[in-house]
Design a protein around this ligand. Structure first.
Ligand code: NAD
Length: 257
């Protein structure tokens, strides 16, 4: 039976960890040829090697999505090494929890915006230029529940750049989807609830916070990376051929409350 991404070339930024890692494995199992990119080559290479060890087709690239030049090179290398780009997943992302403690609020805000929001825009811009040539493509952005609603009380002071960027991604997704619909390019986002990846390690290491986060999700638990990857696969694939401009919660009911 043909895989659900048979013959597609998929570039996953932030593919060296967490959700990107899970998506790289799943997409390859479904027949995609996968480009795993990340800030550092070694983490991207480890995931590409693990995909290859399962019999999948993957290469690794290093690139910082907050750099315009490096985004352009990431897309150009995808096209030159693989022959095109059918799917772009913008999974590279950071949280201010991991910003250097000596930074002030403005430096931290600019850093998170430059990666989460501007990086997704720049990667999309260069990928779209290629997708237009083939009149088809699917972009899957990683927004968040926190792009749809504010943080639960007591978690943020309102100046946390993370929800600001995720809300921006939600609106960028809608706007790009309308502009690109006639070009055969679909643009959607996933809005995951809290999911077990290195991004949330410091939160779930705090037992009280872990229990609070679980209780905020009606299902009473956090998500698993595979559950987010399953939704990404659907949006990336031709099964979602009439779906564009959607910001899909994958959140155990978090945003339904
Ligand atoms: N885990 C969650 O609970 C959750 C929930 C909602 C949304 N998200 C979003 O999903 C995406 C993936 O998150 P994750 O949980 O897998 O996190 P993660 O920290 O496990 O992985 C993120 C990856 O992005 C890479 N990265 C960071 N800065 C980069 C840069 N400048 N250029 C290229 N790569 C860079 C990191 O090296 C890392 O490998 C992020 O956008 C995140 O905001 C995560």
């Amino acid at each position: 039976m043909a895989g659900r991404l048979e013959g597609k070339i998929a570039h996953i930024t932030g593919g060296g960890s967490g959700l990107g890692d899970a998506m790289a494995h799943l997409f390859a199992r479904e027949g995609a040829r996968v480009v795993v990119s990340d800030l550092k080559l070694d983490v991207a290479q480890a995931v590409a090697d693990s995909v290859a060890a399962e019999g999948g087709d993957a290469i690794a690239l290093a690139g910082d999505v907050s750099s315009r030049e490096q985004c352009e090179t990431l897309v150009a290398d995808t096209v030159s090494k693989m022959g095109g780009i059918d799917v772009l997943v913008n999974s590279a992302g950071v949280t201010p929890r991991y910003a250097p403690p000596e930074w002030d609020f403005e430096q931290t805000w600019d850093w998170v915006v430059s990666i989460n929001l501007k990086g997704s825009m720049m990667m999309s811009r260069f990928a779209v230029a290629e997708m237009k040539k083939q009149n088809s493509g699917s972009i899957v952005n990683l927004a968040s529940i926190i792009g749809l609603v504010g943080y639960a009380q007591g978690i943020s002071d309102g100046f946390n750049p993370y929800p600001h960027t995720k809300g921006g991604i939600v609106q960028m997704t809608r706007d790009m989807s309308v502009a690109l619909a006639k070009e055969g390019i679909r643009v959607n986002s996933l809005c995951p609830g809290f999911t077990y990846t290195p991004l949330v390690t410091t939160l779930v290491e705090d037992a009280d916070m872990h229990e609070r986060l679980k209780s905020l999700h009606p299902m009473g638990r956090l998500g698993e990376p595979q559950e987010i990857a399953n939704a990404a696969l659907f949006l990336a694939s031709d099964e979602a051929s009439f779906i564009t401009g959607v910001n899909l919660p994958v959140d155990g009911g978090y945003t339904a409350q």
